[in-house]
Design a binder for this molecule. Structure first.
Ligand SMILES: [Zn+2]
Length: 462
């Protein structure tokens, strides 16, 4: 049920179509509760205001109960069913859920299998469920906001989860590549930072202009997203073509489009590069290729090859340093295109780091070579390749799970610096900034349940 909206760049028409929650609480006059219990107390003490303060067209969802489930009739004749055990397990009163740490406190295994509410009631702020007293417990009241119930409905799922839009691109991206300024990104209000990580989410890369040409300033820039992920190449790295590490990145030869860390179980999420200087020579253009774009073309034009690339695992290694041999766990192979529910969610490709292909069925071997030949043809086509000559002062951050990077050969002395950020740190920063600057409808609707750290206990992330 997780469907992301994907657009191709040439047909660019950005639209933000956030579905409104089905019910807003504009009409409630309750004071802001600080916790679910306080909300319940407020509810008990203050009955919903009588008309005329309640607009006549507002109808509360209908709630009903059978032996195993509570049935909720939302507007538009949508019905959602919720098992009693599920509701009890998801109570978010302060006894059952820690309002600050956002961790479950209820002992799930003490809930009787046949737990059944004594009563359910539709309240303006949500579904109120009263549970019977147990052997050692008093009656217990739960309240579930309507928007949260609909968002998390599963019988049937009523909410279509739309991932934020991604824009797939080819070489035409050169006309207006996503760019933010260093000053904006570093500004304390975090708006520029939000724009930066949002652009990375949408395009898979983003330039930062006006960066001071020092490793220190570049490191500060990376750390705006999250802490740096240390690897065998170090933490914050700086390289020249001195072969100080056993990797072709540390030479001046051309590097075809690839993703980094194909030999890791969890390849780094983001990579930031910054060219600090290039003297006494030329060349060294940066190459970016949108792996999701290429995958979408391949899927449309060569579905059989595409299917092989999503299925056949590629053994990979990094073993150029004497003290390390990296191979992915657990089985040692991951496919070039990782799909979930029919959508590519991760690209891994570095032909140089490929190990022995001893995992192919004999009948499929030639077919597999044909499939990677097509993949190679597509990622090296003029339509896919975006070449850019970076100059000192412009850094670029690349989503290493989506966009392939490379460079042309160069002469002279080139000083690059940069760092990796783990995918989880990047996604966490994006989630926190979205919560702040572009809250989802459920968080916005349940904002009154936010506690000291400003996060609603009903946030869809929890
Ligand atoms: Zn509870």
């Amino acid at each position: 049920m997780f469907k992301s909206s994907v657009k191709m760049l040439p047909r660019l028409s950005v639209k933000f179509n956030k579905s409104r929650p089905f019910l807003t609480h504009k009409y409630t006059t309750f004071s802001r509760p600080v916790s679910a219990t306080a909300a319940l107390r407020a509810t008990a003490a203050q009955p919903p205001p009588q008309e005329p303060t309640v607009p006549s067209k507002v109808h509360l969802p209908v709630s009903n109960i059978d032996n195993r489930k509570v049935v909720v009739g939302f507007e538009n004749r949508e019905w959602g069913r919720y098992h009693h055990i599920w509701l009890r397990d998801h109570c978010r009163c302060p006894h059952c859920y820690h309002p600050v740490t956002k961790q479950r406190l209820v002992n799930t295994f003490e809930i009787p299998r046949d737990v059944k509410p004594v009563k359910v009631e539709s309240k303006p702020e949500g579904l109120e469920v009263i549970w019977p007293s147990g052997q050692s417990s008093l009656p217990h009241t739960s309240l579930y906001p309507w928007s949260w119930l609909r968002y998390n409905s599963y019988d049937p799922p009523l909410h279509r989860r739309e991932a934020p839009e991604k824009i797939l691109w080819g070489s035409k991206i050169q006309q207006s590549p996503p760019t933010v300024s260093y000053d904006d990104v570093m500004a304390e209000d975090d708006q520029g930072l939000f724009k930066w990580v949002s652009q990375v989410d949408k395009f898979g890369f983003c330039f930062v202009s006006g960066v001071p040409t020092t490793p220190e300033a570049t490191e500060e820039l990376v750390k705006r997203i999250g802490f740096i992920r240390e690897t065998q190449y170090g933490k914050f790295w700086e390289f020249t073509a001195d072969q100080s590490k056993g990797d072709t990145a540390y030479t001046n030869i051309a590097l075809g489009a690839h993703t980094d860390n194909t030999y890791f179980t969890d390849p780094c999420g983001l990579q930031l590069f910054h060219l600090l200087s290039h003297t006494d020579g030329s060349g060294g253009s940066t190459l970016l290729v949108d792996g999701f774009y290429v995958a979408s073309l391949l899927k449309e034009l060569h579905p059989t090859a595409y299917e092989i690339l999503t299925r056949v695992g590629i053994p990979s290694h990094a073993a150029g340093e004497v003290d390390s041999i990296y191979t992915p766990t657990p089985q040692g192979t991951y496919p070039i295109l990782r799909e979930i529910n029919g959508e590519v969610i991760q690209v891994r490709w570095n032909n140089d780091d490929r190990s022995v292909m001893n995992n192919l069925a004999p009948a499929e071997l030639e077919e597999w070579y044909e499939a990677i030949r097509l993949w190679h043809k597509f990622i090296t086509s003029e339509d896919s390749e975006y070449w850019v000559q970076l100059s000192p002062g412009t850094a670029v951050v690349v989503d290493n799970h989506r966009v392939l990077h490379g460079r042309s050969a160069f002469t002279g002395k080139r000083r690059m610096c940069g760092a990796y950020v783990g995918v989880d740190e990047y996604r966490s920063k994006l989630a926190v900034l979205r919560e702040r600057f572009a809250p989802d409808p459920v968080s916005a609707d349940t904002a009154s349940f936010a506690t000291v750290n400003g996060r609603s206990i009903w946030s869809p992330s929890l």
